[in-house]
Design a protein around this ligand. Structure first.
Ligand SMILES: *Cc1c(COP(=O)(O)O)cnc(C)c1O
Length: 427
């Protein structure tokens, strides 16, 4: 891709963008009367303009039908989640019955650990990426302790080599192999929240299986951002949140993937609830748990219809964008443009004032660039915010900027880079 450092180029890219009409389907906050440049979809995606209507429709159903809403109306609540499972299945490369939309992310991670982490004397270790999102670290620690084990013995974290910031796939595979006799589970993020590194999930899955362990993934930063093929890669399980790249609103509903090879596995524990019971017999209320065949059998509680409505509003937009392929193509170019412009600034400065720690190969990253600022990082972040650019801040000196293909433009990226350059003089 030949990029150019000028506004006319950016505007021309926007003009030619096959996804250009999607921006208007989101509500963009204002700063001094103008749209902000919102580069924070890695943390909380923007509100679909249709979200209010989706919510209002369900409030109306509640008002007009009350309990009959479970079985009547245009979109009976009992099956309301099903269309969403289809959309999300396309996004994560799963069969529809391998996906269930339920709970929140860390809760789902715990539920899946109940099934896929059953340590014994021989196999009890979990391998994960060093510096995983704190909630995942706490979840793993507490799971290990729950089984009476010491996290120091049971959790193996892989860190980058000396002088490097991201992990090498060969090191991940080698660590898995090294612990293969004691390994129960490899649990990785799809994309590391801090560095933005997109791991080779297929290679990790294969290595975990070769070691006789399960492979599970937390796709919080990957789902809706980068293409994944959970089914074909043979991952055992995965979970994600939907409020980041999938725009379902703060604390929005999460989801799980369970590979079909585990649907009938009697050796898997689960914490059951009536919503996971076989649908054809759910209302017989019989004793003894008989799960629905599929990821749906991991559901516990009654569907939160209002949260599902918000998610459905967003999934309709993904459906219209026809899945992830077109989005990914734009995303690679958009993030590449930001990278190009930041490099230009460094070149002008004659030093690497802004060090991008996210991998340079587009195949190993998604939307996000994590930028270490060598001069007055906090001041530069504040300067961006004061000028209407919303990124996010990670201690001690990292700014994460995520141009999202559904609603960000090349002009957004151009404007951001201009401010990043100006900030060096202004703060
Ligand atoms: C965002 C994120 C979470 C947040 O979990 P919640 O249960 O939704 O609060 C957990 N793990 C990772 C990797 C994340 O990126």
């Amino acid at each position: 891709m030949n990029y150019q450092n000028d506004l006319a180029f950016a505007r021309q890219q926007d003009e030619q963008d096959p996804l250009k009409d999607f921006r208007s389907r989101f509500l963009i906050p204002k700063h001094n009367g103008e749209d902000v440049v919102y580069l924070c979809g890695n943390s909380l995606g923007l509100q679909p303009a249709s979200a209010q209507q989706y919510l209002a429709d369900q409030l109306d159903t509640w008002k007009n039908l009350a309990v009959e809403g479970w079985f009547q109306g245009d979109d009976p609540w009992l099956d309301y989640h099903k269309s969403i499972a289809g959309s999300i299945a396309r996004i994560v490369g799963a069969q529809e019955n391998e996906v269930a939309v339920m709970n929140s992310l860390t809760v789902n991670l715990h539920l899946l650990m109940v099934s896929f982490y059953k340590p014994d004397n021989k196999r009890f270790k979990i391998i994960m990426e060093g510096g995983a999102f704190p909630s995942d670290q706490y979840a793993m620690e507490s799971q290990v302790k729950f089984h009476g084990l010491d996290p120091k013995d049971a959790i193996i974290e892989i860190f980058p080599r000396e002088g490097e910031v991201t992990l090498r796939t060969e090191d991940i595979i080698q660590t898995i192999d090294q612990h293969k006799n004691e390994l129960a589970l490899v649990l990785f993020g799809g994309i590391n929240y801090y560095t933005g590194q997109f791991f080779d999930l297929k290679a990790i899955t294969d290595a975990a299986h070769a070691a006789g362990a399960y492979a599970g993934f937390d796709l919080a930063h990957a789902a809706g951002n980068v293409p994944v093929q959970l089914h074909n890669w043979g991952a055992d399980f995965a979970c994600w949140c939907s409020y980041k790249y999938m725009n379902s609103g703060p604390g929005g509903i999460s989801g799980i993937f369970v590979h079909e090879k585990h649907f009938t596995g009697k050796e898997l524990n689960r914490f059951a609830g009536w919503w996971g019971y076989r649908r054809d017999k759910q209302f017989l209320m019989a004793p003894g748990f008989d799960p629905e065949i599929g990821a749906a059998g991991w559901q516990v509680s009654t569907s939160p219809i209002l949260l599902l409505a918000l998610f459905k509003a967003s999934m309709a937009i993904f459906d219209d964008a026809d899945g992830l392929d077109t989005l990914r193509e734009k995303s690679v170019r958009l993030t590449g443009y930001l990278e190009f412009l930041i490099r230009e600034i460094n070149q002008e400065q004659g030093e690497e004032v802004y060090r991008i720690i996210t991998p340079a190969d587009p195949a190993t990253r998604g939307c996000q660039l994590s930028v270490v600022c060598k001069r007055n990082a906090r001041g530069i972040f504040n300067y961006l915010a004061q000028n209407g650019v919303i990124g996010d801040w990670r201690e001690p000196d990292v700014i994460r900027l995520s141009p999202v293909p559904l609603y960000n433009t090349f002009e957004d990226v151009y404007k951001t880079a201009g401010l990043i350059a100006d900030a060096l003089k202004a703060v």
